[in-house]
Design a protein around this ligand. Structure first.
Ligand SMILES: Nc1ncnc2c1ncn2[C@@H]1O[C@H](COP(=O)(O)OP(=O)(O)O)[C@@H](O)[C@H]1O
Ligand SMILES: [Mg+2]
Length: 241
């Protein structure tokens, strides 16, 4: 099978097979995710699009190991994610993946530098090295003058760049981003998009949820559209055509 990006299945390392997540809400069963099959290949920039409530965040959280499926499975390099030991799962989350969210989720009483350093606590990085890596990443993202600022003293765009620095400082294999530009204006959206594209060119696989069709088309190599918990289309996008 060819993926949208033209990569072969050999490059595939994250796979969802018959993945479902149901919620019980009163007498009702909500099929947030309903039998999804998806292969993510190394080097892809996959955009997950679809209307609100279509199951995008549910899928992303499952792939990131933040939630467990009702049915189906996730394979990471052929290994089944829900059979990971607690230790193996925390290693997956601490080393292999990075996450960014629409609402930045920075720790409000810590500075930008401290927020980024936290990503390395769980990574066995020695303390002096943590500081250097965090400083370098923030500098790379244009925040050299903001290291000692707390989130409240940063603009939305700056906060999201700190969150990106926190996700990327550990050099994850894959970055999951859930509406990373949802709270940003156009200028900051473009800046975040350019940053994501450059990290993808450097080899980080990206799965990004967005309902911004222009953003998906300009950044991604592949667009997967969801509706009612199912994948309804899977096509190459601007950067992958
Ligand atoms: N914790 C939950 N409890 C009950 N229903 C949920 C929960 N999380 C999500 N849902 C429902 O699952 C569906 C998919 O949600 P979600 O994955 O957040 O969609 P999207 O990110 O595409 O907007 C929605 O109908 C939502 O209301
Ligand atoms: Mg969502």
């Amino acid at each position: 099978m060819e993926t949208g990006s033209g990569l072969t299945p050999d490059d595939s390392w994250l796979q969802a097979v018959g993945l479902s997540r149901y919620y019980i809400r009163g007498p009702q069963e909500v099929r947030a995710l309903d039998g999804v099959d998806l292969d993510v290949s190394r080097g892809e920039f996959l955009a997950l699009v679809g209307s609100s409530g279509s199951g995008k965040s549910t899928l992303l959280n499952l792939l990131a190991g933040l939630d467990t499926p009702t049915a189906g499975k996730i394979l990471v390099d052929g290994e089944q994610l829900d059979t990971f030991s607690r230790k193996r799962l925390s290693r997956y989350r601490a080393r292999q993946i990075g996450m960014v969210f629409q609402s930045f989720n920075l720790i409000s009483h810590k500075t930008a530098l401290e927020n980024v350093e936290t990503a390395l606590y769980f990574n066995d990085t020695p303390k002096p090295e943590r500081r250097k890596l965090a400083t370098d990443m923030l500098t790379h993202l244009g925040l050299a003058e903001r290291l000692d600022h707390r989130p409240a003293d940063l603009s939305g765009g700056e906060q999201q760049r700190v969150a990106l620095a926190r996700a990327l400082v550990k050099r994850p294999q894959i970055l999951f981003a859930d509406e990373p530009t949802g709270n940003l204006d156009r200028e900051n959206t473009i800046q975040i998009a350019e940053t994501l594209k450059s990290f993808n060119r450097d080899g980080i696989t990206i799965v990004m949820v967005t309902h911004d069709g222009d953003l998906a088309e300009s950044c991604a190599t592949r667009i997967v559209r969801m509706d009612y918990g199912k994948i309804v289309s899977d096509t190459p996008a601007g950067a992958g055509k």
